[in-house]
Write a protein that binds this ligand. Structure first.
Ligand code: ASP
Length: 306
C-alpha cells in the first residue's frame, strides 16, 4: 500500500513497482522520492523548489522505519540531491538521528553524494524579484548584510509556502514506513527547519499501529507533534478517523504564531487510510495505490473542520 501527496507523481509508480516486487518499504520510497527531488517541474521539492531569503537552497528530509522505529533526518542541507537518500544514509551509518547544514553536507561527501547545482534559474529570478520589491533602496544596496527578520514577515507568502513530498507505505512484510523531502518555505529565514525532518511532527511510523505525515504549515505541526499524536491515538485504541480528528483539534487550538493550512496523510496497520485538508483554500489531492488496484489513483482530500 502506498500513499503520497500530489507532488509525488514523478516517483510514485517507481515505488509501487518496487513494492510489488517485494522491496522493503523504505528503499522503495527513497527510490521514488529521488525522482521527485530531481524533477524540475515539481516546484516545491528538490531542484524545482524555492530558496531561502539569501537565495540559497536548503533541503530537509526524513525517513522512519516503523518496525524498528529507526529514524534518519537531515535539515538545511546545501548543494545535495536527493536528500531523502542522505537521510536514509544517516539512519544506516551513524549513531545519530539528525544532521544539519555543513555537517550534513560533509557526511554527504563521505557517502559519495556529488556537490550539486541546486538552484533552478526560474526560482532564482522569482526569489530576487520578490525580495527586491520588499526592500528599501538602502536595504538593496547593503543586501545581504542587513537584518533579514523584518523582511521575514512581509515576504512569507502562503501561496508559495507549499509543499513537501511525503510517502507512507506498507510493504509486503506489513512494515510501515514514512519518507519526506522538501525545500521548505520559500524565502524562509536561513537555517529554518520545517516539520519534514522532525520525527513526530512531519512524519511518524509504527508498524504495529499506523503512520502519518504532514505537509504545509510545519510551524503548526511542530508545535502539536501532529504525526506522533495520530500514531499514539491509534495505539490507545482510537479509530484512524478519530485519531486524525484529535490531531486536527490540537491544530485548531493554536491561537498565536503563524497559522495556516495543514494536510495530514495517515494510514493504520489494518490498511485504512485518510488524507485531510485543514484550512487550505485550494483543493488538495493525493496518490493512492494498494495491491488490489491495477494502477495508482489521484484522489481528492476531504476537508476537515474540528
Ligand atoms: N511542511 C513544510 C515545511 O514546513 C512545507 C510544506 O509542506 O509546504 O517546511
Amino acid at each position: 500500500m502506498l500513499l503520497a501527496n500530489a507532488e509525488a507523481w514523478p516517483g510514485f509508480d517507481t515505488t509501487v513497482d518496487l513494492l510489488k516486487g517485494g522491496e522493503a518499504g523504505i528503499p522503495a520510497m527513497v527510490a521514488g522520492i529521488a525522482k521527485v527531488e530531481r524533477e524540475a517541474r515539481v516546484r516545491s521539492v528538490g531542484y524545482g523548489g524555492w530558496p531561502n531569503m539569501l537565495g540559497e537552497m536548503e533541503f530537509d528530509a526524513g525517513v522512519m522505519d516503523g518496525t524498528t522505529r529507526d529514524v534518519g533526518a537531515v535539515g538545511a542541507v546545501p548543494a545535495t540531491l536527493p536528500v531523502s537518500a542522505l537521510a536514509y544514509e544517516v539512519m544506516r551509518h551513524l549513531p545519530h538521528v539528525m544532521l544539519t547544514g555543513a555537517g550534513a553536507r560533509r557526511f554527504a561527501t563521505e557517502r559519495g553524494f556529488a556537490v550539486d547545482e541546486v538552484l533552478h534559474p526560474d526560482s532564482k529570478r522569482v526569489w530576487w524579484e520578490k525580495l527586491e520589491q520588499q526592500m528599501t533602496p538602502q536595504q538593496r544596496a547593503a543586501f545581504p548584510d542587513i537584518p533579514l527578520a523584518p523582511l521575514s514577515t512581509a515576504i512569507t507568502d502562503p501561496e508559495r509556502v507549499r509543499d513537501t513530498t511525503v510517502f507512507l507505505a506498507r510493504d509486503a512484510g506489513a512494515n510501515l514506513g514514512a519518507v519526506t523531502s522538501t525545500s521548505g518555505w520559500a524565502w524562509k529565514y536561513p537555517g529554518r527547519l520545517g516539520d519534514s525532518p522532525i520525527p513526530g511532527a512531519g512524519f511518524y511510523a509504527d508498524s504495529r499501529f499506523g503512520a502519518a505525515a504532514c505537509t504545509h504549515t510545519g510551524e503548526m505541526t511542530m508545535r502539536c507533534g501532529t504525526s506522533r499524536s495520530i500514531v499514539l491515538a491509534l495505539r490507545l485504541g482510537h479509530s484512524l478517523e478519530d485519531a486524525v480528528k484529535l490531531a486536527v483539534e490540537e491544530l485548531a487550538e493554536l491561537k498565536s504564531g503563524f497559522l495556516a493550512g495543514v494536510v495530514i496523510h495517515a494510514m493504520d496497520a489494518q490498511g485504512n487510510h485518510q488524507v485531510v485538508n485543514y484550512r487550505c483554500d485550494e483543493e488538495i489531492r493525493y496518490w493512492y495505490w494498494d495491491e488490489r488496484m491495477d494502477k495508482a489513483e489521484l484522489r481528492v482530500a476531504a476537508r476537515i473542520n474540528p
